[in-house]
Design a protein around this ligand. Sequence first.
Ligand code: ZN
Length: 107
Amino acid sequence: MFSKIKEILFDWPDPNEKNLEMVNAAYDSLMEEFKYMDYKTYLRTKHWVRIKEEALKRAGFKCQACNISDADLSVYHNNYDNRGRETRDDVIALCETCHAKIRSKEK
Ligand SMILES: [Zn+2]
């Protein structure tokens, strides 16, 4: 098994190019995985933790609905269209009160 991998890597004209190809293939399959994995599991990935941290920073650690800053904030999905590749419009930082209000309106 290992000798086969070595053969592939070392016979490739440029080993760095081969590594790049493997890294990109791994990245693509990871992105697919984020899209289809169990949602609760997704929320425990390092990827989501990072999305959350970036969203909180962008929001200046304030609720994006009421602007409160000394409350427990959580990051929620506005939509799930880009799960795994969330843009700044796909997530929102909210305090518990605002989140509860939005949830009750949705029902
Ligand atoms: Zn709020």
